[in-house]
Design a protein around this ligand. Sequence first.
Ligand code: FEO
Length: 398
Amino acid sequence: MKNAISIADKVHWVGVRHADLKVFDDLFPTHNGTTYNSYLVQGGEKTILIDTVKEPFAAEFLSKIEEQVPLDKIDAVVVNHTEPDHSGCILLLLEKNPELLIYCSKAGENFLKQLLNRDFNSEIVSDGYELDLGGRTLRFILAPYLHWPDTIFTYLVEEQILFPCDAFGAHYCPNNLFDDEISEFYTDFHFYFDCIMRPFKDKVRDALAKIDGLPIQMVCPSHGPVRRSTGQFAIESYARWSVAPPEGGKPRALLAVLSSHGNTRNMANVIKAELETQGFEVTDFALSGMRDDDYRNALEQADVLVLGTPTIQRDAPPHVWHALSLISSVTPKSKVAAVFGSFGWSGEAVKMVEQRLTGLKYKFAAEGISFRFTPTPENLESCRKFDEQIAGTIHTRD
Ligand code: FEO
């Protein structure tokens, strides 16, 4: 993969390998490195680059393009997504050719203005817009949030090739480009979905609906192998992993509790029993011992998050903050919550957790409650009333 690789007639992979990458975006571990895939598409009249690569790899990238065409013969760059691992060489291309045209979404243009901090020629594409390259056609499909609000898919109509940027990708750095030339990379493919796409499952469903029925011979993502044999498998996997939470049946409460001395747990036991009396199916997590993925699955199924926290040293404990940090890594079914807890000295945690949930755009099904040390019978009665408020909110919502 030191040279450009032909993937179809006058369509070349001109990407780069980043084999020793250990952590992507300083966020997600990459167990097998990654690639930054870029594609050169030549029509009878226009030559187009679909995405670029991360800036430190510019020299290798430009040299691969120049194996096929002089840089000044590139008419335009399609920017499927502006994150710097794909837009990192646009500035360099513009320095070499200031007339270069950029096709992108409206959000993409806005982002690029502040990523590049220079003027550039651009054309904003609408959903279904087609660009004639001379004998072959690029069609654009808006796919916001896969992975950023700017994302579009590009489809080469005549060859039935989909270029979906991050979607259907994998952080996996193969020695060969095509899926049928390498050993299995399913684990990396699934992990990538969990890290990159899982927070946007509803948007994944929207994008899949747009490509449903589209004939697709090959899926050329921006990371990992080109799928010439398993494109449909990748699309079907996304459909399976993004399925909407079930509707109907009992409302579900996720009861997530940390209890240092048993008092918050005593409150939780009363809250759990009363929620069940009120018709809820309750999933009960002890936050100190939970598996993150079990909790994330439950968040995607729950109609209400009921979170119990003590106050330790004027703060909520780290496990509670960790549980809150996981919310943005999934697509919660509902952003409705209620918070409770016991405290000994000062009791800030319930309010602090409510503030964090407010920042995450949650609404509250009940006003938070907190009691000092061992809950009294009156306190436990308040827990039952707390549940009545939750039930009232959940049972009466649309
Ligand atoms: Fe591969 Fe969202 O960038």
